[in-house]
Structures are given as C-alpha cells and as structure tokens.
Design a protein around this ligand. Structure first.
Ligand code: KIV
Length: 256
C-alpha cells in the first residue's frame, strides 16, 4: 500500500503523528517516531527570525527539503509551498513539480480553502498529492488568533474542509480551530484532520519539533515542551570549551 493510502486508512483507527524537520539530522530522529515529516515554512521564523512566513522563498524550502530527504527512511514527506508560489494554477503546477523533482518529497501542502481550490484541483489532476491547511493561515494572517468563534467563521471552515476533501486532498491541517469545530469537521470528513492547537478530537497532531524539544523558545498556547535539548547541548559544549582552555583536548589520541 502506498504511503498516502496508509495515512488515510489510519482515520478512526490510530492517531497520525506529524512533526516538522528542516534538516537531515533532526529528520533522522523525527522519522523514527512519526508518520509524516513536514518541511514547514515555519522555518522562516524558527531559523531565520523572519517576521512572517511570507518571506520564505522557494529556494529556501527546496534546500532545506533536500537535506531533510536524506534523513527520512519511512515517513511520508510533505513540503510547504511558500507564499506566492501558488497564486495561479500554472504557477502552482510549475512550482510544485519543481519541489517534487528536486526534493523527492511525497506531497506538498498549500494554505487555504475556497481561495486556492482551483490550484489544488489542478495539482491533483496532474497527480501531485496535496495536503490542505485551514484555520489560522500564517501566510495570510497578521493576527494570530483562534478560528471558529463566529457563525461565519464556522460556516467557512466547514465548507472549506468539504471543498478540500472533494478536490482530493489526502489530509487537512486544522490550525488553531476551536475544539468543538475541529471535532465536527473531523467527524464529517472521510480524510484525516491533523490538528495544531485544535484539540485531541483531530485524527492526528503536528507540532514544530524545535518547539517541543526546547530548541526554539515560544509562548504559543498550543506548544508543550516535551524535552529540553539545550541542556544537553550545553553540557557538551561547556565541556569542550573547558577542555580546550585547560589544554586537555586534543590529546594524542585526537591528533595526527
Ligand atoms: O509551517 C509549519 O510548520 C506548519 C505546521 C506547523 C502546520 O505549517
């Protein structure tokens, strides 16, 4: 069975685990534990301190994805299409083909529902697997607040989710969607929902790896820090610096 079918089949059976990776070394560790590795354009803020993911370029996404590809053995690899690389059908096809060809990823992710539905249908018609993304859309929002509070937001979220499913996406990320609405959408769809800040009712979860391992500091409500790798990094670096200063390193063993 292909990797995408496996993900769809997990719906109602077992949770789908998804995490981001921006480089080979992190991808190698993430791949051991997840179903989907996402090269998210969140790398713009996490690695480059960009004020918005709008600044992330196609070249940056491709270069990071090439590195990530080397670290993945089993998981499905999805790459975010950056802002303005899918504003028209032809641009979306040209750029998604480039991403797939150069990075050897399995699928691309686009932000939006109705607004980008023609592009998504066109990609799927051309055999490009697509993951959807609705709710809070970092590429087009200035205000980072939850979605699904007003009647019109709820109506739009549900109709976007249904439209995306009809267009043939294999899963949909729900970002910062109110719990009850995420639950409703998850129940209505035959394809999986992957939540981020959208409750346990989603079929799967995604987080930015750097956030959950404590490599990147953030105060976002939905981020739980599961470990503190900075502590371990510091142990090694402090010891190295001290050994160099005390002339304990390099000994003969480490010298030619
Ligand atoms: O850019 C990203 O990392 C994402 C997820 C966190 C959903 O889109």
């Amino acid at each position: 069975m292909d990797k995408i079918k496996k993900i769809i089949n997990k719906k109602k059976k077992s949770k789908i685990v998804c995490l981001t990776a921006y480089s080979k070394n992190i991808a190698e560790e993430v791949d051991k534990h997840v179903d989907i590795v996402l090269v998210g354009d969140s790398l713009g803020s996490v690695l480059y301190n960009y004020s918005s993911t709008k600044k992330v370029t196609l070249t940056e996404m491709i270069n990071h994805s090439k590195s990530v590809r080397m670290g993945i053995k089993k998981s499905l690899m999805v790459v975010d299409m950056p802002f303005k690389t899918y504003s028209t059908k032809s641009l979306a096809l040209k750029n998604s083909k480039k991403i797939l060809k150069e990075t050897k990823c399995d699928a691309v992710k686009l932000e939006g529902g109705k607004r980008v539905i023609e592009q998504i249908k066109f990609l799927i018609k051309n055999k490009i697997p697509v993951m959807g993304h609705i709710g809070l859309l970092p590429q087009s929002t200035k205000k980072f607040k939850s979605k699904g509070k007003t009647n019109s937001e709820i109506k739009n979220l549900i109709s976007d989710a249904m439209l995306l499913q009809e267009s043939g996406v294999f899963a949909i990320v729900l970002e910062c969607v109110k719990s009850e609405i995420a639950k409703l959408i998850t129940q209505k769809l035959n394809i999986p929902t992957i939540g981020i800040g959208s409750s346990v009712y989603c079929d799967g979860q995604v987080l930015v790896t750097d956030d959950l391992i404590g490599l990147n500091h953030t105060n976002i409500k939905f981020v739980k820090r599961f470990s503190n790798v900075k502590k371990y990094i510091n142990v090694g670096i402090r010891k190295y610096a001290s050994d160099v200063r005390k002339k304990k390193y390099p000994t003969k063993k480490y010298s030619y």
